[in-house]
Design a protein around this ligand. Structure first.
Ligand code: ATP
Ligand code: MG
Ligand code: MG
Ligand code: MG
Length: 577
């Protein structure tokens, strides 16, 4: 027994700052645009090696390992089995699936010394399907869900924001193998729950939204977005109902292509208002919220649509500048208008309906955005929708404009910015069919397996968490993924033996209680020490000083609190565990 214990891996929690590598900087690096990237560099979590390539320093790697641990636990709990696949993949597999041709320049291709072709895996559907077709022979083995936590490479067009959109990054990718659609749906639902658990445990504010399932009709696809103003994606959701979708999907819905959505708007009086400036003044909206006027040829009469934008370019497009368009608009017309108006892709549907794109923080707070009208002195506000309305959008828009639309339920549409941290997707038989992955069913007949795929951006989560939790002093880590859970800051330990003793005792006590604690035993002035620890964003701080010791007290500061409090020495543990 003793021997066994000696050789067991044990998790050592706690660290002395003097034996760790803390490398902080005051200056904001000028090549970093967003808070997370700046703070990760300043606090010494990451270092840049090249475009989209980052090294994780000890402090940053602690965060990554904690994110991995949460994900791993929830995957295991949901019955998924961990595997590890090579990151270098032979081209033959990609030829089989057809992706060797289809995948664009994001795929990094290379040759070995025998001139054989490979790629550095951007994802692992081919490899896992190859494993499945060799390993799984009978329906009795199903369902199975394999996952790995592994390094991916995507030669992104625009790597940016540090590890947020890197070229090399760590992903958790999982793949389920199922017999029949019902079983696939079950695995998908299980992963949905597991993903919610993961992001709940990490204390992140997020939303699961419907996403495009691409060419696979009817299959489910859901993205998980951490909400943050700096997010590259726009997500659309209802304030009351359950509806939530990413922008691409929401636009598809607004075009009525699925026949399941509609928008109803109220008209508001806007006499004499024809331009952005006039409208902004009348509604008391800051013009910098970028209302953009588009005159779009609607079904029968022109529709003025205002598109909210975040790039601070106010382009007003007048009717006479627009190309001649058919009624209803075709996609080609929409594209021509987009070009003329220099407006966001997706903001004009084939029926001339505009979906407002809100790209800045203030604009996102406006629940009631203004959208357009085709009557003099009227604009539309308060866009609503109803998923069940079977009529094509075209009619509803006309009705609304004519003022007799039937009221639609489902709350008010809101648009916020999001960072995609996870994506679950029903692949169906796309890979199993082309790569021949089937099992024998109860009757001994071969059946192609169905697949689901489930991704989480491990390293992106670190950046997303910072985007959502930071202040002017630095990062504010949620407990589950903080590099350290608590820090002990002794004041003047060099001179005071009593402080040294008390701090050592507290360090041991916290370690024994299982707290991942940092003991800042560096010979630093209190101000510098506090600044470092606030920058690093450790959730709990305990200060030990001669003065406090005299009263048997400790100064405690929650990183999210405005003030520190003096607490009895005996109450320390109750603050954390
Ligand atoms: P994006 O839309 O941001 O390009 P994606 O849809 O291409 O992401 P998926 O193929 O769904 O990404 O991969 C699963 C997860 O991997 C994503 O949800 C995201 O969290 C993460 N991820 C994707 N690309 C990157 C990247 N370049 N850097 C860091 N993480 C990434
Ligand atoms: Mg991508
Ligand atoms: Mg995406
Ligand atoms: Mg995705």
């Amino acid at each position: 027994m003793a021997r066994y214990t000696e050789h067991r891996t044990i998790e050592i929690k706690g660290m002395r700052a003097s034996q760790f590598h803390i490398s902080t900087a005051k200056e904001t690096p000028n090549d970093a645009e967003i808070a997370s990237h700046q703070l990760m560099l300043r606090a010494g979590l990451i270092r840049r090696l090249g475009s989209g390539l980052y090294s994780w320093l000890p402090l940053g790697l602690r965060v990554v390992r904690k994110i991995e641990a949460v994900v791993r636990e929830e995957m295991n709990k949901a019955g998924a089995l961990e595997v590890l696949m090579p990151s270098i993949q032979p081209s033959e597999l990609w030829q089989e699936s057809g992706r060797w041709e289809k995948f664009g320049p994001e795929l990094l291709r290379l040759h070995d010394r025998h001139n054989r072709e490979y790629c550095v895996g951007p994802t692992h559907e081919e490899v896992i399907t190859d494993i499945a077709r060799r390993e799984i022979k009978s329906y009795r083995q199903l369902p199975l869900n394999f996952y790995q936590i592994q390094t991916k490479f995507r030669d992104e067009v625009r790597p940016r924001f540090g590890v947020m959109r890197a070229r090399e990054f760590i992903m958790k990718d999982g793949y389920s193998f199922n017999l029949g659609a019902e079983s696939l749906q079950q695995s998908f639902d299980q992963m949905h729950v597991a993903y919610c658990n993961v992001f709940d445990r990490m204390g992140l504010t997020y939303r699961a939204v419907e996403a495009d399932s691409g060419s696979i009709g009817g299959a489910q696809s859901r993205e998980f977005h951490v909400l943050a103003d700096s997010g590259e994606d726009a997500v659309v959701y209802s304030t009351e109902g359950e509806y939530a979708a990413n922008m691409e999907k929401a636009v598809a819905v607004s075009q009525g292509t699925r026949g399941e959505a509609s928008q109803a708007m109220e008209t508001i009086d806007t006499p004499g208002v024809h331009t952005i400036t006039e409208l902004a003044t009348q509604l008391d909206i800051d013009e910098s919220k970028c209302l953009k006027t588009l005159l779009v040829q609607g079904v029968e009469t022109p529709v003025i649509a205002l598109v909210l934008r975040g790039d601070h370019q106010l382009n007003e497009v007048k009717a006479e500048h627009l190309p001649e368009v058919a009624s209803p608009l075709t996609m080609a017309d929409a594209a021509a208008i987009k070009a003329a108006a220099n407006c966001d892709a997706g903001s004009i549907g084939p029926v001339g309906l505009s979906i407002p794109v809100i790209a800045d923080a203030d604009a996102a707070k406006m629940s009631d955005f203004v959208c357009g009208a085709n009557q003099n002195d009227k604009h539309l506000s308060g866009v609503n929708w109803d998923r069940d309305l079977p009529e094509p959008i075209v009619r509803d828009l006309r009705n609304v404009v004519e003022g007799d639309a039937s009221p639609v339920g489902g709350g008010t549409l809101k648009i916020v910015r999001g960072i995609e941290v996870g994506h679950i997707f029903q692949l169906g038989d796309t890979y199993s069919q082309s790569m021949g992955a089937s099992v024998l069913d109860e009757n001994g007949k071969p059946q192609v397996m169905l697949m689901g795929c489930y991704g989480i951006g491990i390293t992106r989560i670190a950046a997303a968490a910072i985007e959502q939790n930071n202040d002017d002093k630095g990062m504010i880590w949620p407990m589950a993924i903080a590099p350290f859970e608590a820090v002990i800051c002794p004041i003047n330990m060099v001179k005071s033996e009593a402080v040294k003793e008390a701090a050592e005792a507290l360090y041991n006590e916290l370690k024994e209680a299982g707290v991942d604690v940092l003991f800042d035993d560096r010979p630093l002035r209190p101000g510098a020490m506090f600044a470092d620890m606030e920058l690093i964003g450790i959730p709990h701080r305990f200060v030990v000083s001669d003065k406090l010791l005299a009263n048997n007290e400790i100064e405690y500061r929650d990183r999210t609190a405005a003030e520190s409090v003096i607490i009895p020495r005996a109450d320390v543990l109750s603050k954390i565990v």
